[in-house]
Design a protein around this ligand. Structure first.
Ligand SMILES: [Zn+2]
Length: 591
């Protein structure tokens, strides 16, 4: 099939050809050397420090443009060796230059306090004051130079439990085969497990579940040893760096206080009844006395078979995003006019979907569009990321444009919720309505309830470890089973095998990461409601978030946008919203 150029992204807007790219590539090393020439000079004067920051930014900005171009180019056709070679060439160069910027932050931190105080008050550094203060916040947690060097040398060694887990889980684990829907034997893998769990055939789900977790059970001591190793590393590292706890250490980079984390858990606990009500509804629809843990992912309602051409998807998403106003709509057009989007699936193209780019490029979107409703949601989601980048890049200087992971999923999820609402409001088909409601419930369940359960387990493990308890397999299983029973509630049968689930969750190695999924979605639920209210002030506040980049602390950005995550209110509201949807779905199913 002929590839329609209009359906692909236009990378020539970044570099008109490879010669132009090569020219920038050749500027990287000189830029690094220029930056390195400031080594040892940062304390000279505010003007010199300012220049050094600017030169450092110039280097980063150039390197990221050169890198982003070849990663996008390479994703167009991963089988093309020339693309891959180019990407490897950049990676090798940047790795060889890593040393050129390792001195920078420590040298800033070594500037004596009294000198730094004067620097911070100087007009030359006014613009950079926020980022300097952010860096200085880490000063009490930074060790002496030889100590830092020693820890740096040990970096690889300290990561060995993570690596052992990855090898064990991704390479060595063998789950064998089970009898699939057709009655034939099929391989059980991490990928096919999800497919089996979504099967309408209860026996298939049961077989997959039993096989999966009994395989983990056999290796439970090894899995607990790798997890224990990683948790200990977090604990020890937080102590070496003088943090009050591993939680505090992990949250400090976003300047998020531990109460926000504990708030999330407490608020979810207070709203488990809505979740139990959903389990009850699931049980009723499936006509079971009680649910089993393998009855959680099979779709409650027949899947939506509607098809959407890409042009239809674009119109639908534009209509759904109307509450964002005219300026958003106008700039959204650019995504298609300037060809930010690579739409069709084709041989060799990177699978999945993402939004990616840099300060000096369009915020490109890679899709593998296949006409399903899911693909329409993906388009709305990725456009959310891209428009967030668009507004932040347009508003902020390079230095503050890049937004934090903490807020990264907020704009994309808000767009998805606006699409949900638009579809719900415009359809008259009651089966489709019920399908949408069920789908929305599963999204919120997976993102808020399930991730908070993980977040709670993570906290529990770290606190046990801080109290000197070794994380044995028995202890982990016991705690996981208790937590699972608490979250899933009275309509779900207790299950010994689910107590092994901790062994297969890679996120437990990420150091207090998953709670951001739950806070992000809660914020998005609130923001989508604010936008739908039509109140221009609330919309302005939302744009403040889209444009903020990294110019403020994440909690302040969210607060100014209308979501105060330092209080339980947004989580509370999101879970009330979930409870309301459960009731709506129950009503819909009665019709
Ligand atoms: Zn996303």
């Amino acid at each position: 099939m002929e590839l329609n150029e209009k359906m692909t992204w236009d990378l020539s807007a970044m570099y008109k050809d490879l010669t132009a790219w090569e020219a920038d590539f050749n500027k990287i090393r000189p830029a690094a050397e220029k930056f390195l020439s400031y080594k040892g000079r940062l304390a000279e004067s505010p003007a010199v420090l300012r220049e050094a920051i600017e030169v450092s930014d110039e280097f980063d900005r150039l390197a990221s443009k050169v890198y982003v171009y070849c990663h996008l180019k390479s994703d167009e056709n991963t089988a093309d060796n020339k693309n891959r070679a180019r990407q490897e060439k950049v990676e090798a160069l940047l790795a060889s230059l890593a040393e050129t910027d390792a001195w920078f932050d420590p040298e800033i931190m070594s500037i004596p306090d009294e000198v730094m105080e004067k620097f911070l008050a100087s007009p030359e550094l006014a613009f950079y004051k926020r980022s300097l203060l952010e860096l200085l916040r880490e000063k009490p947690h930074t060790l002496t130079e030889p100590e830092e060097r020693l820890l740096g040398t040990l970096g690889d060694v300290l990561g060995s439990s993570d690596k052992a887990f990855e090898m064990l889980n991704d390479a060595d684990m063998d789950f064998g085969s089970i009898k699939g829907e057709s009655g034939k034997s099929e391989k059980l893998t991490h990928g096919s497990y999800r497919k089996f769990l979504e099967s309408p055939d209860r026996e298939v789900r049961k077989r997959a579940f039993k096989k999966m977790f009994s395989s983990y059970r056999k290796l439970r001591n090894t899995f607990s040893a790798t997890l224990d190793g990683t948790v200990k590393r977090h604990v020890v590292s937080s102590r070496i760096r003088h943090y009050g706890s591993a939680l505090e250490a992990a949250l400090s980079s976003d300047n998020v206080p531990a109460e926000v984390y504990r708030n999330l858990i407490a608020t979810v606990h207070n709203n488990l009844d809505a979740f139990y009500d959903y389990m009850k509804l699931r049980k009723e629809v499936m006509k079971l006395d009680r649910l089993d843990m393998f009855d959680m992912y099979n779709p409650l309602l027949p899947n939506c078979r509607k098809e959407y051409s890409f042009a239809e998807a674009v119109e639908l998403v534009k209509a759904a995003l109307k509450p964002l106003g005219d300026d958003y709509a106008k700039n959204l057009e650019l995504a298609f006019k300037q060809r930010w989007v690579d739409v069709p699936e084709r041989k060799g193209k990177r699978s999945g979907a993402y939004s990616s780019g840099c300060y000096d490029s369009y915020p490109y979107l890679l899709l593998n569009y296949n006409n399903t409703l899911n693909d329409v949601f993906t388009l709305a989601h990725e456009l959310g990321h891209s428009m967030h980048s668009f507004y932040s890049n347009k508003t902020q200087e390079y230095h503050y444009a890049d937004y934090s992971i903490f807020v990264a999923e907020v704009a994309s999820t808000t767009n998805e919720l606006l699409l949900f609402n638009h579809l719900l409001e415009t359809t008259t088909d009651k089966d489709f309505r019920a399908f949408l409601l069920g789908h929305l419930l599963d999204e919120i369940r997976g993102t808020i309830y399930r991730q908070t359960m993980f977040a709670e387990f993570e906290l529990l493990m770290h606190e046990l470890s801080e109290a000197g308890e070794p994380l044995s397999a028995d202890l982990l299983c016991e705690k996981y089973e208790e937590l699972n029973a608490l979250y899933y509630g009275p309509h779900v049968k207790p299950d010994k095998l689910i107590s092994m689930e901790w062994a297969r969750i890679p996120h437990f190695y990420y150091n207090f990461y998953v709670y951001k999924y739950a806070t992000g979605m809660s914020a998005a639920i609130q923001l989508a409601e604010n936008l739908r209210s039509g109140d221009p002030e609330k919309r302005e506040a939302y744009f403040g978030f889209l444009k903020a980049g990294d110019s403020k602390d994440v909690l302040d950005i969210m607060k100014d946008a209308g979501v105060d995550l330092s209080t339980p209110a947004p989580i509370e509201a999101a879970l009330k919203f979930f409870g309301k949807i459960v009731k709506e779905l129950r009503q819909e199913l009665k019709k």
